[in-house]
Design a protein around this ligand. Structure first.
Ligand SMILES: [Zn+2]
Length: 227
C-alpha cells in the first residue's frame, strides 16, 4: 500500500507516535525488527534487492496466490526483495504478487510494525466503516475513496510457521485488508463503487513525479478500473 495519503490532514501519526495502529494480540511472530529494518533499508541493500512493482493489468495481480511452503531459507530472501521494493516505492505494505511472485505472503508496515504474514485470513471486521483515501504501489498515480471497516483482526503464520493474530484500527485496518486482498487477486480499485471515486494524485503531492500525471491520467484510470 502507498504511504502518501493525499487527504492526510486528519492523519494523526505526528501527534500520537506511541500508538501503533496495528498490534499483535496473539503469538510472537518473526517480524522485521529494528536490526533487519536498518540493514534492509540501507541504500546498497535496497538497490541490490528492489525489483519493479507490477502494475494493474498484470495477470499475477489478478489471480489468487498460492500457499507457500514454509521454509525460512526460501521465504526470508523473498521478504527481503519485497521489503526493499516497498522501501524504494515509499510503501507501507506490499504483497508478493506485486513483485511477480504468486504466493500468499504480505508485509504490513503501518507505523513500522514490520509484520510479515503468510496465508493471512481476515477473521473479524467491524460493521462500522469509514471512508478513507487509499492508494496502491500497483496503481501508480491514482488514489481512491473507499469505505473500509474501522477495526479488523487477521490471523496468519510467520515465515517460521508460527501462528499469530493482529488487530488494527483505521489506517492499520485498511493496510491489513488491502494486503490480504492482494493474496486473493484483488486490488482496491476492484472494490470501488464507481470510477468516479478514483482520482489522479495531485502533481504537487510530494514524492510524485509531475510527468507521470500529464496526458495519460484518463487512460490510466480507465485501465485501472476496466477489470
Ligand atoms: Zn496494493
Amino acid at each position: 500500500m502507498e504511504s502518501e495519503q493525499p487527504l492526510s490532514e486528519d492523519d494523526d501519526r505526528d501527534t500520537q507516535p506511541n500508538e501503533p495502529r496495528i498490534r499483535v494480540t496473539k503469538g510472537t511472530p518473526w517480524v522485521i525488527d529494528r536490526g533487519r529494518r536498518e540493514r534492509w533499508s540501507a541504500p546498497d541493500f535496497v538497490t541490490k534487492h528492489a525489483v519493479e512493482v507490477r502494475q494493474v493489468g498484470d495477470p499475477v495481480l489478478h489471480a489468487p496466490g498460492k500457499k507457500p511452503r514454509i521454509d525460512k531459507k526460501e521465504l526470508e530472501p523473498l521478504v527481503q526483495r519485497m521489503f526493499a521494493s516497498m522501501v524504494e516505492a515509499h510503501g507501507i505494505g506490499i504483497a508478493a504478487p506485486q513483485i511477480g511472485v504468486p504466493l500468499r505472503v504480505v508485509i504490513i508496515d503501518v507505523d513500522d510494525v514490520g509484520i510479515v504474514a503468510v496465508n493471512p485470513e481476515v477473521d473479524f471486521q467491524s460493521a462500522e466503516v469509514e471512508e478513507m483515501s487509499e492508494g496502491c504501489l500497483s496503481v501508480r498515480g491514482l488514489y481512491g475513496m473507499l469505505e473500509r471497516p474501522i477495526l479488523a483482526r487477521v490471523s496468519a503464520i510467520d515465515i517460521t510457521g508460527k501462528k499469530f493474530t493482529i488487530e488494527g484500527e483505521g489506517l492499520g485496518t485498511q493496510c491489513m485488508l488491502h494486503e490480504t486482498d492482494h493474496t486473493n487477486g484483488m486490488l482496491y480499485v476492484d472494490r470501488l463503487r464507481t470510477r468516479k471515486d478514483l482520482f489522479p494524485v495531485e502533481p504537487d503531492e510530494p514524492g510524485e513525479e509531475h510527468h507521470s500525471l500529464s496526458g495519460h491520467t484518463r487512460e490510466e484510470m480507465e485501465r485501472a478500473t476496466s477489470r
